[in-house]
Design a protein around this ligand. Sequence first.
Ligand code: PMP
Length: 400
Amino acid sequence: MPATADRLKNVSISASAAMTQRARELAAQGIKVVSLSSGEPDFPTPPHAIEAAYAAALAGDTKYPTMDGTPAMKAAIIRKFKRENNLTYEPNQIVVSGGGKQVIFNAVLATCNPGDEVVIPAPSWVSYADIVKFAGGVPVSVPCPENAGFKLRAEDLEAAITPRTKWLFLNFPNNPTGAACSRAEMAAIAEVMLRHPHVWILTDDIYEHLVYDDFEFCTIAEVEPRLYDRVLTMNGVSKAYAMTGWRLGYCGGPKDLIAAISNVNGQNSGGTSTLTQAAAVAALDGPQDLLKERSSIYKTRRDYVLGRLAEIEGLRAHKPEGAFYIFPNMSELIGKTTKGGRKIETDVDFVMGLVEEHHVATVQGAAYGMSPYFRISYATSMEMLEEGCNRIAEYCKNMK
Ligand code: PMP
């Protein structure tokens, strides 16, 4: 047999995708599964975005796109960065890709030589480390412990940086913890980075609009303008506008870095779908009320789930500032046995027991690099959340 490439050896399939798959299999057997594992808004794409894609298709906007983004898309992104983040970019400082994921992939491929280190605050989105490994880089995990509110502490960041560090990745509001950084907390991170001019910073702001209780989102290039030339500000339409299936993400950054990313982007895709770009322009330029409306619905759900978790003996959940995840600690349940006879030794055992015995899909903390925790996504209806919480409560209550 011809062999696949060595670079795939360290790359795993995403644990949240694996859990979503297991939930689908159970559902296909006719079992009523409560899926709290998917990091995807349950809301529909705004109709004006869909209409813009349809109009673009009818108008003949169906030819190969400009590789790094249509002029209209770049202009809408430049307006968005100015309006929402007070960041100024020129068109040659923007690249549009097929999702935030592809932006990160391209950025890492464009910059990391074998052995280059990427500092990743943990827990973190599963794909960061895999993408870095794919490029031959070395992910360096820096724990953001629960007692620090799952935030990155300046001293831990300082200790993680070496002469081989190429990037620091930031993702606040965070997947999987929901933790977000205040301006002061971001300024403390920025201060460390000012001392290390050989390191680029990628800020994954995909959950920017999902913050609660009047929390104010901030992004590092705006908090510390002296870092502007080293920051790649990444965002997308997936989470804010419920456009996960359209596949569009974008970034703004220094010209030379953007040219390198654009080069990779041009080789691994012929550019993002013209219809998707038309829809995304409408989403970014259109009415923004839906962001507040949806964020207030997410807040109600967050508070509901937190309230229910607080009543469950053996679980402890930190209150997140944003995103649509809760990351409860389940250490007190370690050593117990479930009603179905499963011994709980790890968070993997916990989530497997939960999906097999009570048909609730969640994801183990281990997948994000921090145990013993599990991730609940509350991007689903109140009805599902209520049923899911009932089942989690029953599962934990019956452990001996
Ligand atoms: N970053 C984070 C932190 C995410 O959670 C996700 C989606 N799960 C992405 C990026 C990818 O988003 P996109 O759909 O834009 O590729």
